[in-house]
Design a protein around this ligand. Sequence first.
Ligand SMILES: Cc1cc2nc3c(=O)[nH]c(=O)nc-3n(C[C@H](O)[C@H](O)[C@H](O)COP(=O)(O)O)c2cc1C
Length: 200
Amino acid sequence: MRNSKITRKIIQGMYVLTTNGGGCIVDAVSQISAGDNPLIAVSVMKKNYTNQLLKKNSKFALSVLGKQVDKEMIKTFGFQTSSEVDKLSLFDTLEIDGTSIIKDSLGYMVCEIVTIIENDTHTLFIGKLIEGDVFSNQDAMSYQYYQKNKEELLKITTPKGKTYFVCTICGYIYEGDNLPSDFTCPKCGVGAELFEKKEQ
Ligand SMILES: Cc1cc2nc3c(=O)[nH]c(=O)nc-3n(C[C@H](O)[C@H](O)[C@H](O)COP(=O)(O)O)c2cc1C
């Protein structure tokens, strides 16, 4: 492989994926057909609790995040697990077709799951859009915007003079002077080569 970082040029958005019982932040979302009820695909890590929930439920919803989103939303849905935290109770939600969606979003899509495809690290859930609405025409947050601004968005606070390593994929912070070469990100599973060294 000459440079796998080319995949970072794929423009993706930022969403809160919800289903009965919880949800998580996702960027791996794509519209894969057209028409009034297009198919929407979302790729969910097998180790995420949301993956288990989706397999028990018939629907999922995607709430589209704007650039002004409450920072706690990314921290809660992107770095905690619904198996331990009732994430949906911490934010204002609306109940649409039996699925909770995030009020502080640019709008939502509710999809009925039609196909589930197991891949290596992720499961692809394909859903048919059955309901949707636009709350705001502000700019959506792209994954690239998140990457550029994640230190501000996640309000990283490390003591002055300390060295730390940031996962360039999900923003996880490893504090320490040296990152072991066999380290894998506990949040998104990538290796040490995708961490950037920073000093305060
Ligand atoms: C910016 C960002 C993008 C993410 N994208 C995805 C994604 O596309 N698919 C996925 O499965 N997890 C993704 N995650 C990770 C999950 O949101 C995270 O592991 C979450 O804590 C899982 O929660 P759960 O155990 O309640 O499912 C992303 C996290 C962040 C911060």
